[in-house]
Design a protein around this ligand. Structure first.
Ligand code: PEP
Length: 255
């Protein structure tokens, strides 16, 4: 029987605003071919404009899913440029990233807005991958736990246990995203443990032991195994390395 940690495993690639349709399709095909049938759920979080085509490519592949990188906080209507949960679902998405630090920074996304986005994802049958993490300044001030607790509280505290059990968390220290600097396995494990204790206090032991908590921030084939072996790290949200099929596949296989 699978252990609780095995049940929580997940590796998601965040392609960000990279690749045209052809290159994205080629990347997805190469990863699907190389992954074969494997037990670890994998998600491609691709630019919205590619999602429909990618759903066709991953259709039938075992444990490979497609996800959006953002979702509107509104259900539908006059919100030019936004993409709703229903629309993401209708092109085959099963996951969506919410609250990535680049959206928090570039678009000033507030805790209140992100709470509404999490709710929209859940209302449309999508698994939100809720991202949070401290800046370098906050870590140097020793405030990482305070910042993480506040971001968890803002985005998730409105949920009941049943809803929270459908959420995936991604701890992504801002100072490690796209910088080549990775949190050490011990640093990452310490915060992941803190997050699980926060879940226990707010939602109870069962939610704490079943929620997937991913690490993101310069994960590479060379450091993935040691990170994923930490007791409270359940996988990764992978940026740069998800754009290279060999690297992404070898990160998935690091399990
Ligand atoms: C990310 O964008 O979520 C990320 C972790 O990026 P990178 O792996 O490039 O640091």
């Amino acid at each position: 029987m699978a252990t609780p940690k095995e049940m929580r495993r997940l590796v998601a690639g965040n392609w960000k605003m990279n690749l045209d349709l052809q290159a994205g399709s080629d990347l997805a095909k190469a990863c699907v071919d190389a992954l074969g049938s494997q037990n670890i759920p994998v998600v491609f979080c691709a630019p919205a404009i590619h999602l429909h085509a990618l759903s066709g490519i991953v259709n039938g592949a075992s444990n490979v899913h497609v996800g959006g990188q953002d979702i509107s906080s509104h259900e539908s209507g006059a919100h030019t440029g936004e993409i709703s949960g229903m629309q993401l679902k209708s092109v085959g998405c099963s996951y969506v990233i919410v609250g990535h630090s680049e959206r928090r920074a570039d678009h000033g996304e507030s805790g209140e807005l992100l709470a509404a986005k999490v709710s929209q994802a859940l209302a449309n049958g999508l698994t939100p991958i809720y991202c949070f993490g401290e800046t370098l300044e906050q870590r140097e001030a020793g405030d990482e736990q305070k910042v993480v607790a506040l971001q968890l509280q803002e985005g998730l505290a409105h949920l009941d246990v049943e809803a929270m059990n459908k959420v995936v968390l991604a701890y992504e220290p801002v100072w490690a995203i796209g910088t080549g600097k990775t949190a050490s396995p011990a640093q990452a494990q310490a915060i992941h443990k803190f997050i699980r204790l926060w879940l226990d206090a707010r939602f109870g032991e069962s939610t704490a032991s079943t929620t997937s908590i991913l690490y993101g921030g310069s994960v590479k084939p060379t450091n993935a195994n040691e990170l994923f072996n930490q007791p409270d790290i359940d996988g990764g949200l992978i940026g740069g390395a998800s754009l290279k099929p060999a690297d992404f596949v070898s990160i998935v296989n690091a399990y």
